[in-house]
Write a protein that binds this ligand. Sequence first.
Ligand code: ATP
Length: 242
Amino acid sequence: SERPLLLEVENLSVAYGKIEALSGVSLRVRQGEIVTVIGPNGAGKSTLLGALMGALPARDGRITLAGRVQGALQVEARAEQGLALVPETRALFASMTVEDNLRLGAYRFRGEGAARHAQALDEVYALFPRLQERRRQEAATLSGGERQMLALGRALMGRPQLLMLDEPSLGLAPLIVRDIFRIIVQLRAQGVSILLVEQNARAALHVADHAYVLELGRVAMEGPAAALAHDPRVIEAYLGAQ
Ligand code: ATP
């Protein structure tokens, strides 16, 4: 009764010049799951997401999304297939309004009429009423939490099959972090599959179905998130001090 496989990463290696940032990483995301990748600074988490999105070339390995090998496909082609990445920097257009930032996220539906865009906007505003209140405001004037909501909302405008989030809780106050994780869980309930990179291991393991621990560019441990949350090595290295 396992869910269908959505993303399969086999033996992925990525290097920056001579420095190998990822070495033989394999992982899977099934449809409707939250899969988290935790690990210390510099473990290669952002590199993994960059390579999956096609922004960084793989030195070796294979990435398959919904049965399609991604090979040399570039970022745009992967986005067209339903991959979306919310980078750690959020990458918003600071001098554009909230709503215009959101509209950019629907780029892959550019050929489809205004009704499609309006519906996507309505869905995002239903999830983030705060963004609707601020829709005419410049992105630059948003709070940190609102920016993360906007970055998430913009990714959702493209109706991704797989939403990849790079440290969505970074720099946010605890109450806002709770909001963001609540929304991540809500998205899963709506059928969105999520690959979540986090340094907040406690929160990530709490919401995820499956988890991978990345250390020095390799998968050091993996398993059901609840099992990893109770593993003495994980507790010692990632949960103990929190
Ligand atoms: P953090 O949580 O601190 O962002 P991370 O797990 O996301 O860490 P990466 O940013 O993927 O880790 O970095 C993995 C390794 O690759 C690190 O050793 C880093 O210094 C190196 N690295 C990342 N980007 C580059 C780059 N553009 N050029 C050279 N080395 C890089």
